[in-house]
Write a protein that binds this ligand. Structure first.
Ligand code: ADP
Ligand code: UDP
Length: 232
């Protein structure tokens, strides 16, 4: 298989079917723009399973996503998209850069949830940008931005319910979108690598913060998330 691109957590291969790609989940974990880098045996398998379940749920709820099917432990068949280089972040509870940048207490409810945009650029360290910047940089049109916003609000509602049913609070998450002709389609992954997930009772993190902050074992936490998904 021909490698199309390799990112920090995944590889993308050209598929035999035109218009489709293979998304391969690696075991690598990075934080702080790759200043911290490690590998956890089996993480890719866990994220592939978790992402496959979540994208199936979104597809079943009329959200257009790139996900076609899970092929094996580490690979998914996805639609090839022109990725918009934006990290679309939605926040339901205060955490992470929101607390440090704005001097806010962690764990406060944000109502209504706050949508943020970051430019996807390792060289520039993913700067926070607003809609005017996006229009200036011609990353998306006004209509596309409205579409991104509406879809992200809807996805947040669906994901919050999904995790709520697993006794997990969806604190925040990052999405990526891509274009296929005139359609705006959800891409990439949704896993504990790009969501903050807190157990509702213990408030324990079940996500990559355990790795960022050296506060626990991500494999144990990701396994727990998968176990709850599979037991529904
Ligand atoms: P990163 O280092 O950017 O976080 P990843 O390790 O997640 O990257 O690698 C996945 C790469 O594939 C990212 O650049 C992502 O934008 C891209 N990608 C995800 N889904 C698709 C798709 N459907 N079509 C094309 N590219 C995709
Ligand atoms: N996030 C991500 N990729 C990034 C930056 C953030 O997936 O490059 C996710 C992160 O896991 C969290 C949300 O986006 O769920 C908000 O992250 P934040 O801005 O707080 O950044 P952090 O402090 O995690 O770098």
């Amino acid at each position: 298989m021909k490698l199309l691109k390799e990112g920090k957590a995944k590889k993308i291969f050209i598929s035999e079917q035109k218009g489709f790609l293979i998304q391969y989940f690696k075991d690598d974990a990075t934080a702080f723009n790759s200043k911290k880098k490690d590998s956890f045996e089996g993480k890719g398998i866990l994220n592939n399973k978790i992402t496959s379940s979540i994208f199936t749920y979104l597809n079943n709820n009329n959200i257009q996503t790139h996900f076609v099917k899970k092929i094996n432990d580490r690979e998914q068949l996805v639609k090839e998209l022109n990725i918009i280089p934006l990290e679309v972040v939605m926040r339901n509870l205060t955490a992470g850069s929101f607390t440090t940048r704005l001097g806010q207490k962690r764990g406060e409810k944000i109502s209504p949830p706050i949508l943020e945009y970051y430019l996807k650029s390792d060289e520039l360290n993913d700067p926070l940008i607003n809609k005017s910047h996006i229009l200036y940089l011609k990353l998306a049109s006004k209509d596309e931005l409205e579409d991104i916003e509406n879809k992200t609000i809807l996805i947040n509602k669906l994901l919050s319910k999904f995790f709520n049913d697993l006794n997990i609070d969806l604190v925040d998450f990052k999405l990526e979108y891509g274009k296929l002709e005139n359609d705006l389609i959800l891409a990439d992954e949704i896993s504990p690598d790009n969501c903050r997930l807190w157990d509702k009772d213990t408030k324990q993190s079940l996500d990559k913060d355990l790795y960022r902050n050296n506060t626990g074992n991500i494999l144990t936490a990701y396994n727990e998330v998968l176990k709850r998904i599979e037991n529904v």
